[in-house]
Design a protein around this ligand. Structure first.
Ligand SMILES: [Zn+2]
Length: 76
């Protein structure tokens, strides 16, 4: 039943477009409750959008995070 961080982030994308099934939403919530990688980004924020961001952060590699930071600094 445990889905990967990547799968969780994927369900988040579908969720935003209201394409996620009830089963997928359950899988997502369950993952975010159980996954230490995702939960370590925030302690007790129960908002789903925030949880989705946690899943994404867990999926991103160090290199991708670096690229994101570079893009942000360019915008300033
Ligand atoms: Zn995770």
């Amino acid at each position: 039943m445990m889905v990967s961080c990547e799968k969780a982030a994927n369900i988040c994308d579908k969720y935003q477009y209201k394409e996620a099934t009830v089963w997928e939403k359950i899988q997502l919530k369950f993952h975010l409750l159980m996954c230490k990688t995702c939960t370590k980004h925030s302690k007790d924020n129960k908002k789903l959008t925030t949880l989705c961001n946690q899943a994404r952060l867990a999926v991103l590699s160090e290199e991708e995070k670096k690229k994101m930071k570079e893009n942000f600094s360019k915008l300033k």
